[in-house]
Design a protein around this ligand. Structure first.
Ligand code: SF4
Length: 972
């Protein structure tokens, strides 16, 4: 008898061993979590709702919250990787005190009490003598309404967050033109837009909402056009990519304006009703009132009413203002309507597609076609909603008309020295076609729109020991009289915000703080406190020099920046330069607030805010920075944080503050469930509710109020919405907000530069101010490009953050590193071949400021005159508790070394937009040459930082979750 075949034997066993079916080895219904807690993601700035699954006291996984207004269940790769952020080997464990030389990374661990007393004693002395000697700057934190208020209570004007090195041009240009802006201020009407223009949008910002929105648009067959030198991310899925030359977006847009005006494709009704198109502008060259609005005795702007044949209040209802022509005012002065100036300027041949095409690197025919497509969609395919609404003057309208062309812009246009005017140009284009705050167009997210400019002025003209500032340090200037300058016109702030270097510096100039403090320009400071800001590395221009400045000493051996306090959750490069380190929690270990007072999560249809709750208790000796600030404030006896008897006002620290703090009567950090019993009528404005946080937790950590249909559009002139906005405390009066095509504040600064008025700029700044502060959008060549020899530096060099990373945190995250563990310099394939470069060649990249060695990668889909790389992938060896030989350190690199914080100029100004002070990261010009690989490392390299006190060696292979998986495999 032959032995059975192997297959027959297996079959026989199968029949003899049926138990394997009765007792499966695989648990088909594993217990996923012991508990699920809701909170808000912080892996980027979108603030999506998350459900955190916890098992055996550890995070098992993170899921998107389907009910959340921001992400509706969508969770991106960053959000999922929050687990690795929470369990990162780079987490700080305990307060640290420097013991070695600054920059050497030598610390000892200390107790919190000692740390708090070190900070208190230092800050108390400063506050008793000269509060501005304390400078407080924060990075991409989400508690700026707290930090700004804290600085105000301390009495220092030297406060700002990271907006000045991010996208303040976009924010400020919007606020000075339409009362809001893109991203957190507004959004495309994703549901109805038929055509979307994306300008300079990288994929790290507004990540999930844009992805969801683009998905909707593409499903409907709407056209998406991306204007961006680099075709990655959203540009890669656009229907049309226009890879223009960096820094020329404004000229491209103004050429579209030229085409539309010449074609009569303009929404005159919108311009007359909602914009200042009919306001009269005085024409008196050389005089102190040239370019200002003609005003009546009450200071109201004038228009010429064609029906009444008279000058009337331009803001009055039911007038028929002339928008072209020339008028002689009753006092004999000449004036013309704003639209007349617009038409005269942009119909000029200088803006014709053929003229701008060579500058922008875009064919004239493309510009003409895009203009025609915009006109076709806006005027031949309007949307009408049968929704009756009432305007500010009480006039009812039975329809809402939409021009379904939406636009969105971000840092790509913003981070240039012409970025403010470029953003204004985009808003002008939107207004001309009537595509603002209408169905299918750009829509405001409450609390926007705000009055133009917002009423809050920057405080700090005077400061005194032991005295809070009279207002918040950051605000909005309307003219030279609001500047923070001394009698000689010199800056009062350490970053020179609100000086003649940056008169509308709404977010400060964080990129100049270290350089100015080091130089003692305009004065020396004592203590610099930074939060979540990697200012010695990827957030610094001129990184190597910045590290030198941070560690530099004067002749007496004292550090030129005497004391640095730093708070972060992780061992970033900046930690090594601190004297005192206050370790923060991760975002999953603390209470937090996404407030309407700050950067809320509203959408165009509703008002919303949110909280974070501690999902797990910290397993280290760390504290939430917001609570540390309130504790420090109470120890310093700052007025807002101390009761009359000297006891802390918020003994329960940040969660106590979130519930009990009132910024003005009835208005606090959280808008939902206010009123003693959480009464719905008290949403937005109401008494303190001691159980408010419980209500948020019960509602999955967010609150949202849906606007009524008749409140949703034309918010700047919609009576129901304006009344609602007053009740919520968004605006003080239910008055219409007139969109400012022509900006009188800009003209006021310009007049001062021309020698008018009591507050005038220094002589050497006047020419630049006159040319930049044009009250109508203009384009000028970015400053670095204009100052250097373009033949020596013929290429533009850009950085952007990838979709999978946002903070510099992201590039130490064990899961995200597997996607992108090193960066290369991307170059257009044809350009590379011209230069004799192939993939993986090493190349030397040189700017007017320095030189780096990097490895290159060719790509198509790139403007031929541009190279680019991912930012903040390159790490300093030893930082973030990574292996000093990690690819991020040895092959990764930063372009920052090439970017100077100063312009290449004999008397250098900061490398910033002249209006807002926005850091001009993207003005960088370079040349590139093939070089030998040497040791196949990027340069420059810096001495490796030692592992910080208290940190354990990171595992070679991070196997987080393996034990949980094992359990899952085991039958139960
Ligand atoms: S988009 Fe941003 S906030 Fe939303 S899940 Fe991703 S990382 Fe988190």
């Amino acid at each position: 008898m032959r032995p059975p075949s192997a297959a027959a034997a297996k079959d026989a066993r199968m029949f003899r061993e049926p138990r394997m079916f009765r007792e499966p080895k695989v648990n088909l219904s594993p217990k996923v979590a012991d508990e699920v807690k809701h909170s808000t993601c912080y892996m980027c700035a979108c603030r999506c709702g998350v459900k955190v699954h916890i098992r055996d006291g550890k995070i098992r996984y993170i899921e998107g919250n389907r009910n959340h207004p921001v992400n509706k269940g969508v969770l991106c790769g960053k959000g999922s990787s929050g687990i690795m952020q929470h369990y990162s080997p780079a987490r700080l464990h305990k307060p640290l005190k420097r013991v070695g030389e600054r920059g050497a990374g030598e610390f000892v661990e200390i107790e919190w009490e000692e740390a708090m007393e070190l900070a208190r004693r230092r800050l108390d002395r400063i506050r008793r003598t000269d509060p501005k000697q304390f400078a407080f700057f924060t990075g991409r934190d989400q508690s700026q309404s707290l930090t700004g208020w804290w600085a105000m209570q301390f009495g220092t004007l030297n406060y700002a967050a990271h907006g000045g090195l991010c996208s303040v041009n976009m924010a400020a240009a919007g606020l000075y033109t339409i009362g809001g802006s893109f991203w957190e201020f507004g959004e495309p009407d994703w549901e109805r837009a038929k055509y979307l223009l994306l300008f300079g949008v990288a994929e790290d910002h507004d990540s999930n909402p844009i992805k969801i929105g683009l998905g909707k648009m593409k499903a409907r067959g709407a056209k998406v056009v991306s204007i961006n030198p680099i075709r990655t991310g959203y540009s890669a899925i656009a229907d049309e990519w226009i890879g223009l030359r960096p820094g020329t977006d404004g000229l491209f847009v103004l050429s579209l304006v030229h085409e539309l005006i010449n074609a009569d494709a303009v929404d005159l009704d919108f311009l007359v009703r909602y914009c200042n198109a009919g306001w009269l502008v005085v024409q008196a060259p050389g005089e102190a009132d040239h370019g200002l609005f003609a005003r009546d005795a009450d200071g109201e702007p004038l228009s010429y009413d064609k029906r009444a044949s008279a000058f009337v209040n331009a803001k009055a209802a039911d007038i028929a203002p002339a928008i072209v022509g020339e008028f002689i005012l009753p006092d004999g002065r000449k004036a013309v309507p704003v639209f007349q100036l617009i038409a005269a300027r942009y119909m000029d041949a200088a803006y014709a597609p053929a003229a701008v095409a060579p500058v922008c690197g875009v064919e004239a025919s493309v510009i003409r076609r895009i203009a025609a497509e915009i006109a076709e969609i806006a005027f031949e395919q309007p949307i009408e909603l049968d929704v009756a609404w009432t305007d500010w003057a009480g006039r009812t309208h039975d329809k809402i008309v939409g021009r379904p062309v939406a636009m969105h812009a971000m840092r790509g246009i913003s981070a240039h020295s012409n970025g403010f005017q470029t953003c204004r140009a985009i808003h002008l284009l939107q207004c001309l076609i009537g595509a603002i705050e209408c169905p299918g167009g750009f829509r405001f997210k409450p609390p926007f729109p705000k009055p133009i400019p917002p009423a809050q002025k920057p405080a700090g003209k005077t400061s005194a020991p032991m005295t809070p500032l009279p207002g918040m340090p950051l605000g909005f200037t309307s003219g030279p009289e609001d500047l923070l300058v001394d009698a000689d016109g010199l800056p009062l702030r350490i970053d020179k915000a609100y000086s003649w270097e940056a008169p509308i510096a709404a977010h400060g100039l964080m990129h100049m703080v270290i350089a100015n403090a080091w130089a003692g320009d305009p004065y020396k400071i004592d203590t610099l406190m930074l939060y979540m800001a990697n200012m010695s590395w990827n957030s610094a221009m001129n990184t190597a020099r910045t590290m030198e400045m941070l560690a530099d000493k004067d002749a007496s051996g004292e550090y030129k920046i005497p004391y640095i306090i730093y708070s972060d959750a992780y061992a970033s490069e900046m930690v090594a330069y601190a004297d005192l380190v206050l370790p923060d929690t991760t975002y999953l270990e603390r209470w937090d607030c996404i407030s309407l007072l700050d950067r809320p999560i509203c959408d165009a249809d509703g008002v919303a805010d949110a909280i974070r709750q501690p999902v797990l208790a910290p397993d280290r000796d760390v504290r939430a920075f917001q609570s540390v600030l309130l504790d420090l404030g109470a120890r310093l006896k700052l007025p807002g944080m101390t009761n009359e008897d000297g006891t802390p006002k918020y003994p329960g620290l940040y969660p106590d503050y979130l519930v009990n703090h009132e910024r003005s009567p009835g208005i606090g950090p959280l808008a939902g469930w206010r009123g003693a019993d959480g009464d719905a009528d008290a949403d937005g404005r109401g008494a303190v509710n001691p159980k408010q946080l419980d209500a948020y937790v019960a509602n999955q950590c967010f609150w949202r109020h849906e606007l009524a249909e008749h409140e949703k559009f034309y918010k700047f002139a919609n009576k129901a919405y304006l009344d609602f906005a007053v009740r919520m405390g968004f605006i003080s009066k239910a008055e219409p907000i007139v969109l400012q095509l022509y900006s009188e504040p800009l003209q006021k600064f310009r007049l001062a530069a021309e020698g008018h008025g009591p507050v005038q700029p220094p002589q050497d700044m006047r020419e630049r101010l006159v040319s930049a502060f044009d009250p109508l959008p203009i384009w000028y060549a970015p400053y670095e490009e204009a100052a250097i020899d373009r033949k020596a530096f013929p290429l533009h060099a850009l950085t952007q953050r990838p979709m999978i990373m946002y903070h510099s945190w992201g590039s130490q995250n064990a899961w995200l590193r597997q996607i992108l563990g090193r960066n290369k310099l991307y170059i257009a394939t044809a350009k590379a071949h011209q230069l004799g470069l192939e993939d993986d060649d090493w190349a030397r990249v040189t700017s007017h400021n320095g030189s780096i060695k990097v490895q290159i990668q060719t790509m198509d889909g790139l403007n031929p005159d541009t190279v680019w790389t991912w930012n903040a992938i390159g790490k300093r060896a030893g930082a973030w508790n990574l292996d000093p030989e990690a690819p991020e350190a040895r092959q990764g690199f930063l372009l920052n070394h090439l970017i100077s914080e100063r312009l290449p100029d004999p008397s250098p100004r900061s490398n910033s937009d002249p209006i807002t002070g926005q850091a001009a990261w993207f003005d960088l010009c370079v040349r590139i040459e093939k070089c030998a690989p040497d040791e196949a490392t990027s340069t420059p390299q810096f001495p490796a930082l030692p592992r910080l006190a208290g940190l354990s060696p990171a595992p070679d292979i991070n196997q987080y979750g393996a034990d949980l998986s094992e359990r899952r495999r085991g039958a139960k």
